[in-house]
Design a protein around this ligand. Structure first.
Ligand code: CO8
Length: 259
């Protein structure tokens, strides 16, 4: 398995786990980390044995944002011409298997944006989300102004983006940013349990469901409904659909093949 300087990776059965690992900088996201994250995601996504990916940080921080020390001196010409910072932030969008963000501590700026790029967020009770970029003279640059309003509505998204305040785990759950909140010491157990559940589902149905839900986020309703209908139809071409429905009718456990 490849090794990384800014990440730890491991597998737990069919689950690939990626831990952001720059603890001294609260997992601030620099170019090296984003490059390595892209590579690690790609490796798990193309590994037949992996059915779901968990992305996490440590107890104090999921990630406290893009690396301010690296960005501080950049000029407009630097970032526009060379795509410093913005390069390699799209990797998560191209992962086809489900990715769960298991968030404890700070998920700020780019850290909040990375969590929102994941398919669902499970939060520890000490999690804090925020888009504080405005406080340092910039704005969110990796989807914060787009995904946050879609996730929690305009009122709260404006509040977050304009004041830079943090939202705790309870508020984030009420607002619809996170799917579950659990005690800190249960975070990885819960994330792994969800990931194992997903990994045990018929693989093609999982990929299709993820794609279809993302359509709801990214396009108009009519297109999304049409896409969903076609993907629903397509599932009848899979062996797992025959097996899943037959097993239900026979009152026995299904044995899925991923085909
Ligand atoms: N970048 C670099 N270093 C950081 C960052 C960061 N974002 N966050 C924390 N650190 C470092 C601190 O400098 C400190 O280093 P040192 O020990 O050498 O002084 C260490 O981590 C510990 O941090 P603190 O001492 O500040 O810890 P506290 O517990 O006192 O505070 C906070 C924690 C509140 C999280 C505080 O560190 C903080 O406010 N951090 C910055 C948060 C922030 O502004 N994030 C947004 C950054 S901008 C951004 O993310 C834009 C994304 C655009 C992406 C575009 C790509 C397409």
């Amino acid at each position: 398995a490849p090794t990384y300087e800014t990440l730890l990776t491991r597998t737990e059965g069919p689950v690939g786990i990626i831990q952001l690992n720059r603890p001294k900088q609260l997992n601030a996201l620099n170019d090296q980390l984003m490059d390595e994250l892209g590579a690690a995601l790609k490796a798990f996504d193309s590994d037949e044995a992996i059915g779901c990916i968990v992305l996490t940080g440590n107890e104090k921080a999921f990630a406290a944002g893009a690396d301010i020390a690296a960005m501080a001196r950049y000029t407009f010409a630097d970032v526009y011409r060379s795509e410093y910072i913005t390069r390699n932030w799209e990797a998560l969008r191209h992962v086809r298997k489900p990715v769960i963000a298991a968030v404890a501590g700070f998920a700020l700026g780019g850290g909040c944006e990375v969590a929102m790029m994941c398919d669902l967020i499970i939060a520890a009770d000490n999690a804090k989300f925020g888009q504080p970029e405005v406080k340092i003279g910039v704005i969110p640059g990796a989807g914060g102004t787009q995904r946050l309003p879609r996730a929690i509505g305009k009122a709260k998204a404006m509040d977050m983006a304009l004041t830079g305040r943090m939202m705790d785990a309870a508020e984030a759950e009420r607002a619809g940013l996170v799917s579950r909140v659990v005690p800190l010491d249960k975070l990885m157990d819960e994330a792994l349990a969800v990931a194992l559940t997903i990994a045990g589902m018929p693989r093609l149905a999982v990929l299709a469901a993820k794609e279809a839900v993302n359509r709801a986020f990214e396009g108009p309703l009519a297109d999304g409904l049409q896409f969903e209908r076609r993907m629903f139809h397509a599932m009848f071409a899979t062996e797992d659909q025959k097996e899943g429905m037959a097993a239900f009718l026979d009152k026995r456990p299904a044995r899925f093949q991923g085909r």
